[in-house]
Design a protein around this ligand. Structure first.
Ligand code: MRU
Length: 343
C-alpha cells in the first residue's frame, strides 16, 4: 500500500505525522499509551477509523508495558485516557469497547495472557479495517459507476483509516474497475484535510483531481459539473443522521437543491445504534486559533470571537445511500440500518 498511516512495530505504535503533509513525510513513534493519546488529540493521526485503530493499539501498548500490581486499575486508566482524546468519532469508543471485551473475557487467564490477547486484538482491528474498506470500495464503485465528476469533502482516505480509505476507497475501487472520472476536492477549512491530505492521496493515486475552496462547491453543482458526492463519516445515528467534517451538511443541502446523489461511506463500526438521532452526537469544539490563524499567522483581528465546531450533522433525508463493508443501506434508514448491522 502506498500510504502507511499507522503500524504496530517492535511493540511500539508508528504513525505518519499528518499535520506536516503534504510537504513533509515524517514518522512519529509512540512509545507508550500516553503518547498515542497525545497523537490523537494533536491530530498527528485523525479520521474516524484511524482514530479507532490508534486507540486499540494504545490500549495494547499500555497493557503490555504495565508493571503495576494493580493491573485492573491501570487498564481502566489507559482506556479512560484514550476515551478522552476526541468525542465525535464513535470508532474510538467502539475500538475501546472491543479491547475491554477481550480484557474482561480473559482476565481470569492471568495478566500475561490478557496482554498477549490485547496485542492480537489491536492488530485484528487494524486488518479488519483495511478489509472493510476494500469491501466498501466494491459496493461504492457499483453505485458510482456512471459518475464522471465526483466531489468529496475532508479526507476519508488511507490516511483516515488503517489503509485504502472509505470515500477515497470507493474512488480507488472505481479507478481499479477501469472507469474514467475526475474528482473535485473541497479544501475543508479550517484544518485543510482536503487540500493537504485528500489532494495528496489522489495525486499519488494518479486520479484526476481539482482542488476548490469550500465556497465554490455550490457554483460547481449549479453549472452541472458534479455528478455525485461521496464523503466519509464520524458517526451514523440509528435514524441515519450522519456526523462528518464541518461543511458536509452544506454540500448535502446543495446536492439536494441540484438533484445530485449524496453518498456516505463508512464501516459498520461508525454506526452508533445507541445514538437515536444526530442531535445526540457530541460535536467537538476545537481551538479558535484554527480559524483565526493559518500556519501560525493571524488572519483576523485580535480578540474577535470565534466559533470552531469540527463536525456537523447531515440529516438522513439528505442522504441518498450509506455504503458499508456489508453493502448499501437505502432509506428508510431507521429500519434498514438496524437490520443491516444485525446481519
Ligand atoms: O477532524 P478529522 O480530520 O478527524 O475529521 C475526519 C472526518 O471528518 C472524516 O471525513 C471522517 O472521519 C471519515 S474518515 C474515513
Amino acid at each position: 500500500m502506498s500510504v502507511k498511516t499507522i503500524e504496530w512495530k517492535n511493540d511500539q505504535v508508528v504513525m505518519l505525522d499528518q499535520r506536516l503533509l503534504p510537504h513533509k513525510e515524517i514518522i512519529r513513534v509512540c512509545r507508550n499509551y500516553k503518547e498515542v493519546a497525545a497523537a490523537i488529540r494533536q491530530m498527528i493521526i485523525r479520521g474516524a477509523p484511524a482514530i479507532g485503530v490508534a486507540a486499540a493499539m494504545g490500549v495494547a501498548l499500555g497493557a503490555l508495558q504495565s508493571k503495576t500490581k494493580d493491573f485492573d486499575r491501570e487498564f481502566e486508566q489507559i482506556v479512560l485516557t484514550l476515551a478522552k482524546t476526541r468525542p465525535t468519532a464513535v470508532n474510538l469508543f467502539w475500538a475501546l469497547e472491543r479491547m475491554r471485551k477481550v480484557y474482561s473475557e480473559n482476565r481470569d487467564r492471568g495478566v500475561d495472557a490478557v496482554k498477549r490477547l490485547l496485542k492480537i486484538e489491536a492488530q485484528k482491528i487494524y486488518k479488519e479495517d483495511i478489509a472493510a474498506n476494500k469491501e466498501m470500495g466494491k459496493y461504492g464503485a457499483e453505485l458510482l459507476a456512471d459518475a464522471k465528476h465526483v466531489m468529496t469533502h475532508c479526507n476519508a482516505g488511507a490516511l483516515a483509516t488503517a489503509g485504502y480509505g472509505t470515500a477515497l476507497g470507493v474512488l480507488r475501487a472505481l479507478k481499479e474497475s477501469g472507469k474514467k472520472f475526475d474528482v473535485f476536492v473541497n479544501e475543508t477549512r479550517p484544518f485543510l484535510q482536503g487540500a493537504r491530505l485528500t489532494a495528496w492521496e489522489l495525486k499519488k493515486e494518479k486520479i484526476a483531481t481539482t482542488l476548490i475552496t469550500d465556497s465554490m462547491a455550490g457554483y460547481l453543482m449549479q453549472i452541472g459539473r458534479v455528478d455525485a458526492i461521496v464523503v466519509g463519516c464520524d458517526r451514523v445515528a440509528a435514524n441515519g443522521d450522519v456526523a462528518n467534517k464541518i461543511g458536509t451538511y452544506t454540500i448535502a443541502v446543495l446536492a439536494r437543491r441540484h438533484g445530485i446523489p449524496f453518498y456516505v461511506a463508512g464501516p459498520t463500526s461508525s454506526i452508533d445504534l445507541n445514538c437515536p438521532t444526530g442531535e445526540d452526537i457530541p460535536i467537538e469544539q476545537r481551538n479558535p486559533k484554527e480559524v483565526s490563524h493559518m500556519f501560525g499567522k493571524a488572519l483576523a483581528p485580535k480578540g474577535i470571537s470565534i466559533f470552531n465546531p469540527a463536525f456537523d450533522v447531515t440529516s438522513q433525508e439528505l442522504i441518498s445511500a450509506i455504503i458499508t463493508e456489508k453493502g448499501i443501506i437505502r432509506p428508510p434508514y431507521q429500519q434498514n440500518i438496524a437490520s443491516h448491522v444485525s446481519h
